[in-house]
Structures are given as structure tokens and as C-alpha cells.
Design a protein around this ligand. Structure first.
Ligand SMILES: Cc1cc2nc3c(=O)[nH]c(=O)nc-3n(C[C@H](O)[C@H](O)[C@H](O)COP(=O)(O)OP(=O)(O)OC[C@H]3O[C@@H](n4cnc5c(N)ncnc54)[C@H](O)[C@@H]3O)c2cc1C
Ligand SMILES: NC(=O)c1ccc[n+]([C@@H]2O[C@H](COP(=O)([O-])OP(=O)(O)OC[C@H]3O[C@@H](n4cnc5c(N)ncnc54)[C@H](O)[C@@H]3O)[C@@H](O)[C@H]2O)c1
Length: 471
């Protein structure tokens, strides 16, 4: 008899989610973690980045208070205290992800490095264990590109940017994706000079029109952004040498150009588990294509024809699929049609479903509905009129995508996620009662604009005149 019903490799967001449900269902679960419980999200990802951003946003709020007629002295950043705040937030959340909590809900937590030694056998340091099902949730790490000189020049990734002993004088950031942009604003807000060097365009997967607004906001906050910049060499300093000869020098360098799955030290060959550069090759239900006992979840999963996604909420979504398939033996497959994502800058950029460019590339006939925050009373009252709600809909009024640029836009994307997931008709969204004055009126007004032409058409006016004559 196997030692465990389920063995989970990795106690990050994805592995913890699988373990929490499986253990509470009464299965014998081994959860194996070689480093820190909570993985990237808790220790070197979402949590510290949002905590650092919160500090930066507080500074920026104080600096911008003049717009309300307030005079607030320039905030003094106590770098050590800010770092203590970040570590304090991690410490506050850590008990939720801890060995003690998972032991208490019935899992066996093993601390050590796991690798396959057979299709259903793992070695965890010296110990050997067999499991009916194995879930690989070993996550990813920052990719470091093969740019000449980079390996010889001290640089940071998300693994070491949090907890710097001194405030960087001039932080160079290679890559203008979510990590690069969030870290740019966090450090700029805390008084660092920041330069983002991006090979293509910042937030390249997001809607170009919304990104224009984000870029302007970041530049107004003093962040230098170089796009279409090819770094051909990295020199001591650190300095980035661009094609064309320009040299951008700073005091610190953060590399944020994407992720690599942690597939190397797992003994995947011994387990008969196939993986490629995107991660462990699975079917759409996250089962390994080559070993039916094995599933992959979180950043390391590479479902065929769909590809990997690196978000904490994807990890828990993956967990729900694996629980359905591996525990309840029900069919389930990943579907990202209604997968939201947010860049947590101020303003935030939130997106769910297709962007305009993606919808056009997929051949959809579409209409674009917009509502600028400059026409939103709450945004006016708070003197933050920058931002836009943008909906991508079919000519019949089905929502394919929603993009929101604005303060706390991430808090508004849930409605549109549900709308896409449940195919809520645009008429219902336009007719929804939204409290006044909230920013959430903006996307509702965008939805309403779909009906404006037919509502105020000559035919409707004729009908109204006719009805007006009735007694
Ligand atoms: C700076 C930054 C900010 C981010 N912000 C957000 C955000 O705001 N929202 C969001 O949704 N996502 C965010 N992400 C992405 C998010 O952090 C990841 O998608 C998520 O943490 C992935 O979880 P995971 O469980 O797949 O992997 P991980 O968190 O990487 O966990 C994998 C775990 O497996 C362990 N492990 C690996 N190999 C072995 C082995 N052989 N044996 C034992 N243990 C092993 C590792 O030590 C690790 O603890 C951010 C990422 C970064 C870098
Ligand atoms: N708020 C969030 O939800 C959040 C925050 C951070 C990270 N994440 C997740 O983590 C993943 C990784 O984030 P990321 O920002 O590291 O990667 P990314 O792949 O999202 O963006 C990397 C950027 O670096 C650029 N780039 C690549 N090579 C380059 C080079 N040699 N020189 C200059 N630029 C280069 C790319 O064009 C791209 O714009 C994200 O895709 C996301 O899934 C999510």
C-alpha cells in the first residue's frame, strides 16, 4: 500500500491550495517543501511587493495632498522601518501557510528536497515515499537572460530585492512587465531614482490604450521608461549598454524579464514526467501527458495548447481542477476566458478576458465601449480623473473582455470576471444598480453606451411621442 494518497511537491500558493482541500477531505497527504512555506507569493512575490507598494503609495498620497488644498510636509522615508513593515506583513500572513497549520489540518509536512525515483516514488532527502497521486507544485524562479556581462555584474531578482539594507540611489530595472512596473513605482515612491529598460513595450500583454495612460502616470511620478531598448551588454556599475551605443548607468540592477519553471532537480526522467521550457507538459486538466499518476499546478504547469500562467489565483484555480479530477474523478479542464489580472500600480491596470488586440487577432467582430474616469464623479471628487473603462463586446452585446485603468481598478474587475464567466448579457450589466458615487459606475456607463444609439433613435422617439398622446 502506498504511504500516501497524495504527495504534493512545493508549499507555495498552488501546493498549499491542493493540500488544504485534500487533507480536509481526509486523504493522507504529504506536503514537501525545501525552503520557506508559502513559496514565492508570501516571501518574495505578491505579499512583499504589495506591502512595499503600499508604503510608496502613502508617500505619493502625502506628496499629492496639495490637490485638496492641504499642505503636508515632505514625508521622510525611514528605509529600515519600511523594510520592517514589509517583513511584518509577511510575518502576519505566514501562520496561514505554516507547517503548524497544515499539520493541524491533517497533512504530513516534510521539509526537504523532493525528487522522483520512480513513477510513483519520491525521495525526500534520505526518505523514500510512495504515493497514489503526485502533484508537482514546484513553482518558478526569475529568468536571467544571457546578455553578455550580466553574469559578472551584481544584480537582483525578486528573490533578493525585498529586504535591501540600503535604499538604492538609482535602480535600473530590466523588463517592464508586472514585476518591473510594480517595483519601479514602489522604489520611485520611496525616493529612489528609477529607470525601466524594456525590450518591447511595457505591459506588453495589456491593452495599448490603457497602457498609454499607465505609462503617462508612471512618467509623471518621475520614472524613466525606455521602450524598444535592446540591451547588448551589461557593465560594472551597473550599466546597461543599449544597441546604438547609449549607456544607462545606475546604482542597482533588478532583472525582471519573466519566469523559468523549476523543473531541473525534480528527477522528472525517473518519474516518466515530460517537461519543456514552459514547464511540465499536461493535458487541459493538468494531468501529466506521460505519467497518469502525476498532476502539475501553479507556475510549473504547462497545459498543452494553453500555456503556463504565473498568478497566485491561477494556483488556487489549478488546485480546484486537480481536486475534481484526482480526488472526485470528475472531468475538469482549465479555461482562462475569465482569468483576471491586475498590475498593482497607482493607478491599477486590471484586465479580464480579451483585450481589443486579442479579440481582433482572434477574428471576432467587436464593438469597443469606453467610459473615461474624467466623466466619473467619484474620480473628480478625489481629483484622480486619469483612467478609463474599456469593454470589448460582440455586436450582439456579449462581453469578451474588460480593461480598467484607475485607482483600485482591481477591486472592480470581479463584476466583469463573473459577467464573462457566466455570460451575463450586457443589458443586465448596463441595468445593474451601482452605488453613487463610485468608480464602478464607469464600466457600467461604458456598458450602457452600447444601448444609447438605439434608445435615442428616431424610432424610439416616434414611439415615445405616440405613447405621450395616450390618456
Ligand atoms: C515580485 C512578484 C510579485 C507578484 N505579484 C503577484 C500578484 O500580485 N498577484 C498574483 O496573482 N501573482 C503574483 N505573482 C506571481 C505569484 O507569486 C506566483 O504565480 C505564485 O507564487 C506561484 O505559486 P506556485 O505555488 O506555483 O509556486 P511557488 O510559490 O514558487 O512555490 C513553489 C514551492 O516549491 C518549492 N520547491 C521547488 N522545488 C522543490 C522540490 N524539489 N522539493 C521541495 N520543494 C520544492 C519551492 O521552494 C517553493 O516554495 C508575483 C510574482 C512575483 C515574482
Ligand atoms: N500583479 C500581478 O499579478 C503580478 C505581479 C508580478 C508578477 N506577476 C506574474 O509574474 C510573471 C513574471 O513577471 P515579469 O514582469 O518578470 O515577466 P513578464 O514576462 O510578464 O514581463 C517581462 C518583460 O520583460 C521584457 N523583456 C524580456 N527580455 C528582456 C530584455 N532582455 N531586456 C529588456 N526587457 C526584456 C519583456 O518584453 C516583458 O515586457 C508575470 O507574467 C505575472 O504572471 C504577477
Amino acid at each position: 500500500m502506498p504511504d500516501f494518497d497524495l504527495a504534493v511537491i512545493g508549499a507555495g500558493a498552488a501546493g498549499l491550495s491542493v493540500t488544504a482541500v485534500a487533507a480536509q477531505l481526509g486523504l493522507r497527504v504529504a506536503l514537501i517543501e525545501r525552503e520557506r512555506m508559502g513559496g514565492d507569493c508570501l516571501n518574495t512575490g505578491c505579499v512583499p511587493s504589495k506591502a512595499l507598494l503600499a508604503a510608496a503609495h502613502a508617500v505619493q498620497e502625502a506628496q499629492a495632498a496639495g490637490r485638496f488644498g492641504l499642505r503636508i510636509a515632505e514625508p521622510v522615508v525611514d528605509w529600515d522601518a519600511v523594510q520592517a513593515h514589509v517583513q511584518g506583513v509577511i510575518a502576519g500572513i505566514a501562520p496561514m501557510d505554516s507547517e503548524a497549520r497544515f499539520t493541524a489540518i491533517g497533512a504530513t509536512v516534510l521539509r526537504g528536497h523532493a525528487r522522483f525515483t520512480g513513477p510513483d516514488v519520491l525521495a525526500v532527502d534520505g526518505r523514500r515515499l510512495r504515493a497514489r497521486r503526485i502533484v508537482v507544485a514546484a513553482g518558478s524562479r526569475a529568468a536571467v537572460p544571457a546578455i553578455p556581462g550580466l553574469a559578472d555584474v551584481p544584480h537582483m531578482t525578486n528573490a533578493d530585492i525585498f529586504g535591501l539594507p540600503e535604499r538604492p540611489a538609482h535602480l535600473l530595472i530590466l523588463g517592464g512587465g508586472p514585476v518591473g512596473l510594480e517595483m519601479a513605482q514602489a522604489h520611485a515612491g520611496l525616493g529612489c531614482r528609477v529607470t525601466v529598460v524594456e525590450a518591447e513595450r511595457i505591459a506588453g500583454r495589456d491593452d495599448a490604450e490603457l497602457v498609454d495612460g499607465l505609462r503617462t502616470a508612471l512618467q509623471q511620478q518621475g520614472i524613466a521608461i525606455l521602450e524598444g531598448a535592446q540591451v547588448i551588454r551589461v557593465e560594472a556599475g551597473p550599466a546597461l549598454v543599449l544597441a546604438g551605443g547609449r549607456r544607462v548607468a545606475g546604482s542597482h540592477l533588478l532583472v525582471a524579464v519573466g519566469r523559468r519553471p523549476n523543473i531541473e532537480a525534480l528527477g522528472l526522467d525517473a518519474g516518466g514526467v515530460r517537461a519543456g521550457p514552459g514547464g511540465i507538459a499536461t493535458d487541459a486538466g493538468l494531468r501529466s501527458l506521460t505519467n497518469r499518476r502525476v498532476f502539475a499546478v501553479g507556475d510549473i504547469a504547462d497545459p498543452a495548447g494553453i500555456g503556463p500562467r504565473a498568478f497566485t489565483h491561477v494556483g488556487s484555480y489549478h488546485a480546484s481542477i486537480v481536486i475534481r479530477r484526482a480526488v472526485f474523478r470528475l472531468p475538469a479542464r482549465v479555461d482562462y476566458a475569465a482569468l483576471p489580472r491586475v498590475i498593482y500600480t497607482a493607478p491599477e491596470l486590471a484586465q479580464v478576458g480579451l483585450t481589443e488586440a486579442e479579440a481582433r487577432a482572434a477574428g471576432h467582430a467587436i464593438r469597443i465601449l469606453r467610459w473615461p474616469l474624467s466623466e466619473n464623479d467619484r474620480a473628480q471628487a478625489e481629483r484622480r480623473p486619469e483612467g478609463l473603462a474599456k469593454l470589448v463586446v460582440t455586436p450582439k452585446g456579449r462581453v469578451l473582455g474588460a480593461g480598467l485603468l484607475g485607482h483600485h481598478a482591481g477591486e472592480m474587475i470581479g463584476t466583469w470576471t463573473l459577467a464573462i464567466a457566466r455570460k451575463v448579457p450586457l443589458s443586465a450589466l448596463a441595468g445593474m444598480i451601482v452605488p453613487y458615487p463610485t468608480l464602478a459606475e464607469a464600466p457600467k456607463r461604458a456598458a450602457g453606451s452600447f444601448f444609447a444609439a438605439s434608445l435615442f433613435a428616431a424610432r424610439t422617439k416616434r414611439l415615445v411621442r405616440l405613447l405621450a398622446r395616450l390618456p
